[in-house]
Ligand binder design. Structure first.
Ligand SMILES: *Cc1c(COP(=O)(O)O)cnc(C)c1O
Length: 364
């Protein structure tokens, strides 16, 4: 019997392979690979899908975060509020600008506890990074209210939230800038690296458009010291194909998630909760279990792969020793790092494979 993998992005390629193959070949044959019509079309389609005026394609999700904060003027000496259980790239997007991350613990929905933000605001606080982890929006009402009251910018990290909503509006439409990653395993995943920002602010969009291409508006005329962070034509073209199926892919993940939630029945396993007002695109289906390592080994023995998102919170990463944190400083994030487990969750997962996972969980 073959193992059940935690993820199978190959199945999504197979499902639409005719369309992907045709698009890839058409770009190869076009002889135009950077900043062309596929990118223009994707940017306009992504902006309209998410519900913003503008989208600017970039080279990765990390670049989207880095460039978003940079364009908002966030720099050394500034503080940015972020959840303590964030993915490392969220924090790097802040520190690459010389700014300091200020951590707020997550709530029972695995996202930032918005009621904890106020207490962390200082004279130096410039922005809040709302990370919509695992496919579910943060409490954007509270976050936007707090940001308004204190004159803070809001950046949304939607890398794991492609198409899901908070009260009927999609992730990425609430703050000043929404940041996306199109890393292959993400909802609208590319076939290589990719990213984007979305915004309603035309001036910000234009600044980012210039910055991503060496700071040049007009070829060989450079107005600012920029970067090379462009979403290439092949990825943009393939993303257009993927976007055409994103709603059906998300709907399939919702069905898989609902079955897990309904049928997992084991007192030592806590299934994920969805915040009232939010829906989830189920980038990950993350359970909590006090005996997580034991459970992971057990599932491994049953031929089931799982992943931990994430085993070490940012404040305890060696890279961030310089921030001076120690174990115990963010006990909820540390506890989550010890108890979260992402179950197999992918488009094309069969009912039979899901039955095997559910029965193994319930037997444990
Ligand atoms: C994947 C991810 C990123 C980084 O995106 P890359 O394209 O890999 O640079 C940032 N934030 C979150 C929450 C992510 O999941």
């Amino acid at each position: 019997m073959s193992r059940i993998k935690a993820n199978r992005i190959d199945l999504t390629y197979e499902r639409y392979s005719d369309e992907f193959d045709e698009k890839a070949l058409s770009v190869l044959r076009s002889g135009w690979f950077i900043l062309g019509n596929e990118l223009k079309a994707f940017e306009s389609e992504w902006a309209s899908y998410i519900g913003t005026k503008h989208c600017v394609g970039l080279a990765s999700g990390l670049d989207a975060l880095w460039i978003a904060f940079r364009t908002l003027g966030i720099t050394a000496g500034d503080e940015v509020i972020v959840c303590s259980n964030a993915y490392i790239a969220c924090v790097m997007g802040i520190t690459m600008n010389g700014a300091t991350p200020v951590f707020v613990e997550p709530d029972e929905y695995d996202n930032i506890d918005a009621s904890g933000i106020e207490a962390k605001i200082t004279d130096r606080t410039k922005a809040i990074l709302a990370v919509h982890l695992y496919g579910q929006c943060c409490d954007m009402d509270s976050i936007m209210r707090t940001a308004k009251a204190h004159g803070l910018k809001v950046v949304e990290d939607c890398a794991q939230s492609h198409g899901n909503h908070w009260k009927g509006k999609r992730a990425g439409t609430f703050g000043d800038i929404g940041c996306f990653s199109f890393y292959p395993t993400k909802g609208c995943g590319a076939f290589g690296d990719g990213g984007a920002v979305v915004t309603d602010d035309s001036a910000l969009a234009e600044k980012i458009r210039v910055f991503r291409n060496y700071g040049s508006e007009k070829r060989y005329h450079n107005t600012v010291v920029g970067a090379n962070s462009r979403l290439d034509e092949i990825q943009a073209g393939l993303l257009r194909v993927k976007l055409g199926h994103l709603d059906e892919l998300n709907a399939e993940r919702v069905r898989i998630a609902e079955r897990y939630t309904k049928e997992i029945d084991n007192p030592c396993i806590k299934v994920p909760k969805v915040r009232p007002g939010a829906d989830s695109s189920w980038h990950q289906y993350v359970i909590h279990c006090d005996r997580r390592d034991e459970l992971m080994d057990y599932l491994d023995g049953q031929g089931i792969d799982t992943i931990i998102h994430y085993p070490i919170p940012p404040h305890l990463q060696e890279a961030y020793n310089y921030l001076g944190y120690k174990k115990g400083d963010f006990p909820i994030a540390e506890k989550y790092a010890d108890e979260v487990l992402s179950l197999p969750m992918y488009n094309g997962m069969t009912d039979d494979d899901q039955t095997i996972v559910i029965e193994a969980l319930n037997r444990f």
